[in-house]
Design a protein around this ligand. Structure first.
Ligand code: SF4
Length: 239
């Protein structure tokens, strides 16, 4: 099955599960204009961290357009003190061919906002995140993606050292909240773009090493940017 065929099957399943609109694009860059059209120029955005979104330069474009909410909270400001945001723009850890959105979170802020409370949830998902079913999604995210993510973040977990998940009890464990969104929750508006290219962190270990390395390298670039922005915010220095 080609990436495009997988995309179309997953898109049809998402629509069947009540998600609308669901748009497929060949080139990931084509998702940019679609997403910018979906977000009103004055809509405030919820920051939940998405390498896929960062890779397309969407945050810079939205920031330049004046959309509020794209910067880290000021030092000392917690999430509870932040005003309610309009739009959550993120990716998902995995999407199944039968249209289920699967995520594993450390804090739970991303998945909580995805399930409830946002006026609109916009998901940008690359072809590399599409898997056969929920079992494959959970296995891949927990045992392949999370250990790599932990290593890149430099957290103190066993998987960051060994590359293997041991279902740890680490204080810095990054896998604490698992969600499977099977159908659109009532009252939630989801707008979803599926791109026939690789975006963000997701791969099957059986894929060619060159493709996996390309995905990892692009991911590390975004993680470095994230770290720099976080350090800047902690210093409280101006941009
Ligand atoms: S449960 Fe622990 S060891 Fe497993 S992937 Fe998550 S952080 Fe790593």
């Amino acid at each position: 099955m080609t990436e495009r065929e997988k995309l179309e099957i997953a898109a049809a399943a998402l629509r069947h599960n009540g998600f609308d609109p669901v748009i497929c694009v060949e080139k990931a860059q084509s998702a940019v204009s679609v997403i910018l059209d979906w977000i009103e120029p004055d809509a405030s955005l919820e920051m939940a961290g998405s390498v896929s979104v960062g890779q397309l330069g969407l945050l810079d474009l939205l920031r330049a357009r004046g959309n509020p909410g794209l910067d880290f909270p000021a030092p000392g400001e917690d999430a509870g003190g932040r005003e309610r945001r309009d739009v959550l723009l993120v990716s998902a850890n995995a999407l199944t061919l039968d249209g289920k959105i699967v995520n594993i979170d450390g804090m739970g802020n991303r998945v909580a906002a995805m399930a409830h409370g946002m006026r609109r949830v916009i998901l940008l998902i690359g072809a590399n995140k599409i898997v056969a079913d929920v079992d494959e999604a959970l296995d891949r995210v927990q045992h392949v993606i999370a250990p790599y993510h932990a290593k890149c973040l430099g957290v103190d977990t066993p998987c960051a050292r060994t590359g293997t998940c041991s279902d740890c009890s680490s204080r810095e464990r990054i896998c604490n909240v698992t969600t499977i969104i099977s159908r659109r929750p009532p009252g939630a508006q989801f707008s979803i773009v599926l791109a026939a290219e690789d975006l963000g962190l997701g791969w099957d270990p059986a894929w060619p090493a060159e493709r996996i390395e390309r995905i990892q390298a692009a991911y590390r670039v975004e993680i470095d940017k994230f770290r720099a922005a976080l350090a800047q915010a902690r210093k409280g220095a101006p941009d």
